[in-house]
Ligand binder design. Structure first.
Ligand code: FES
Length: 156
């Protein structure tokens, strides 16, 4: 692996907690790796397995889903459903031969700017250690069972 290689990381961040935590990190001038690309969602419960696999197919080396702490979701239980979806997605990834360490789920509140920066740095380091995702693994979407959206996606 090239020394200067930087992983492409997609982070899904819920609008009310983790995205606000990212904002606070920026305002507080806390550094986190520039390879992190944030995608804002209204709730972690809106993230589906098919979105995650699409991110891999489009070039992500790691995908991290973040949201409000359990009990704090602004849509009651979206984060609990997200947790179920992630468990299923990790099983699918394992079945498809993808290293499950490329996937992550973290709860980060709006007040946790420091934690946001630390979690980003830790996740990027983990993916850097794993190296780039192989082209074969990128075709994962086509190797995962159909009906992913219905099985694990948001139900609202
Ligand atoms: S609103 Fe943040 S996880 Fe649901």
């Amino acid at each position: 692996m090239r020394e200067d290689w930087e992983p492409d990381i997609i982070v899904f961040a819920c609008n009310w907690c983790s995205y606000a935590g990212a904002d606070s990190a920026g305002v507080s001038r806390l550094q986190y790796p520039p390879s992190v690309r944030l995608i804002r969602t209204m709730c972690s419960g809106r993230v589906s397995a098919s979105l995650i696999f699409e991110a891999f197919r489009q070039g992500a080396d790691g995908v991290l889903v973040t949201g409000c702490h359990i009990g704090d979701c602004h849509y009651v239980d979206g984060n609990e459903r997200c947790q179920e979806m992630m468990e299923m997605t990790i099983r699918l990834a394992r079945t498809a031969g993808i290293d499950e360490r490329r996937l992550g789920l973290e709860w980060i509140s709006a007040a946790e700017a420091g934690r946001f920066a630390a979690v980003m740095a830790e996740f990027v380091e983990r993916i850097r250690d794993l190296g780039p995702m192989s082209r074969e693994d990128r075709s994962v979407s086509s190797r995962t069972p159909g009906g992913v959206e219905e099985a694990g996606g948001a139900r609202r």
